[in-house]
Write a protein that binds this ligand. Structure first.
Ligand code: NAP
Ligand code: MG
Length: 408
């Protein structure tokens, strides 16, 4: 039975709890911004590092399966254990990154988009709308094989067919002295998934899609990326894009960089693995703060997982444990929830849920624009007399107050 005055979310939403400071903020966001207003079933998975350890990481796999069942999930930041963390939490081993596990199961592409407010200006003054980066998270230099060349000799690249036939070989270089060489790869299947995720995301957001490689130089490798994108577009997306009034645009990576800097933003920029790694950090820092960056994993099979782009804010958590006041920014976590709720509402065809998500975002943006902000933002915002630094909880309380007014 729906509780009076609350908005009903029809389908369960998959919730993945996390670690450290983000876990603290996560609970506050739920208790103060969501649960007072929503009738919602949360399919809850506790990805706290200790619980992942207790379940031999089965909980992460279960969470990914739940996203495949229901379609939409929202995830808190989680510790990716290294040796220090194994000691800190007495873990059985350094488990894989949960994001890596989930991404592999959903076969997804990650899209990162800055959250813009009127009183924080991107370093690039022409940017008026957010630039979203879609990074291909497979292959290239991230799965490379490298070799030190000790001296004179020939380096070759060889492919040996499993099902018989002559090996294919090409000379890389006739070395006349010491040097280095490297082998990289990608697969048509992974590139196609990436292309589909990018077309899906651009259409979902109704924004232009830009894709760029260096196919004039890399006439087989980068050219394959370009061909697969072009084929996907012609076969499955041209009509849908025309109907939505958006464009697909391919250009060389260096031309794209020059155009992006002069653009007003507002596009999805799809990039190969390395280009995406570099450019997403450039876009993030040009916009001021990691806490003002959202991240969504889109699978070509139509699953969506929303999260913040930042980590668990470990340093703030240690301060919190010592009883010191923190001023951690929950914007990206709030936008992870609003993104997930908006998508849930769209899929369920429940406009009230979409509307709630929009109001939640407005309340959060207006709070910062009114000068109420956490320490990270105070450093980069326009200097105004009304600016006031608040602590972690006060920030969420201020948003909650605005939200209640909006919903009344
Ligand atoms: P981080 O959590 O992103 O924090 C790095 C620094 O960025 C913080 O110390 C803080 O700077 C600033 N910052 C990030 N988010 C902020 C927020 N919401 N509000 C205010 N300031 C914020 O990265 P990390 O400390 O390198 O990593 C901590 C843990 O997060 C690691 O165990 C890592 O495995 C994990 N991690 C998880 C994910 C994920 O789940 N998606 C992603 C990345 C990292 P100041 O200290 O200067 O205030
Ligand atoms: Mg990077």
């Amino acid at each position: 039975m729906a509780k009076p005055g609350r908005i009903t979310v029809k389908t369960p939403l998959v919730e993945m709890d996390g670690d450290e400071m983000t876990r603290i903020m996560w609970k506050m966001v739920k208790d103060k911004l969501l649960l007072p207003h929503l009738d919602i079933t949360l399919d809850y998975y506790d990805l706290h590092v200790k619980h992942r350890d207790d379940t031999d990481d089965q909980v992460t796999v279960d969470a990914a399966r739940a996203i495949m069942k229901y379609g939409v999930g929202v995830k808190c930041a989680t510790i990716t254990p290294n040796e220090d963390r194994v000691r800190e939490y007495s873990l059985k081993k350094a488990w894989r990154s949960p994001n890596g596990t989930i991404r592999a199961m959903l076969d997804g592409t990650v899209f990162r988009k800055p959250i813009l407010v009127s009183n924080i200006h991107p370093v690039v003054s022409s940017w008026k709308k957010p630039i979203t980066i879609g990074r291909h998270a497979y292959g290239d230099v991230y799965n490379n094989t490298e070799m030190e060349i000790p001296g004179r000799g020939m380096a070759e690249i060889v492919f040996t067919p499993t099902d018989g036939g002559e090996p294919l070989r090409k000379t890389i270089m006739e070395f006349s002295g010491p040097g280095i060489c490297q082998g990289i790869h990608n697969t048509d299947e992974s590139i196609r998934s990436f292309a589909r995720a990018c077309f899906t995301f651009a259409l979902d957001q109704k924004i232009d899609l830009w894709f760029s490689t260096k196919d004039t130089i890399s006439k087989i490798y980068d050219a394959r990326f370009r061909e697969i994108f072009a084929t996907e577009y012609e076969e499955s997306w041209r009509d849908k894009f025309a109907k939505a009034g958006i464009e697909y645009f391919f250009t060389l990576i260096d031309d794209a960089v020059a155009r992006i800097i002069k653009s007003e933003g507002g596009m999805l920029w799809a990039l190969k693995n390395y280009d995406g790694d570099v450019m997403s950090d450039m876009i993030a820092s040009a916009n001021g703060s990691l806490a003002m960056m959202t991240s969504v994993l889109v699978s070509p099979r139509g699953y969506f997982e929303y999260e913040a782009a930042h980590g668990t804010v470990q340093k703030h958590y240690y301060k919190h444990l010592k009883g010191e006041e923190t001023s951690s920014n929950s914007m990206a976590l709030i936008f992870a929830w609003s993104g997930a709720l908006c998508k849930r509402g769209e899929l369920d065809e429940t406009p009230a849920v979409v509307d709630f998500a929009r109001r939640l975002e407005e309340a959060a943006l207006e709070t910062v624009e009114a000068g109420v902000m956490t320490g990270d933002l105070l450093l980069i915002a326009e200097k105004r007399p009304e600016n006031r630094k608040v602590n972690t909880e006060q920030f969420i309380d201020a948003i909650a107050a605005r939200l209640s007014v909006k919903l009344a």
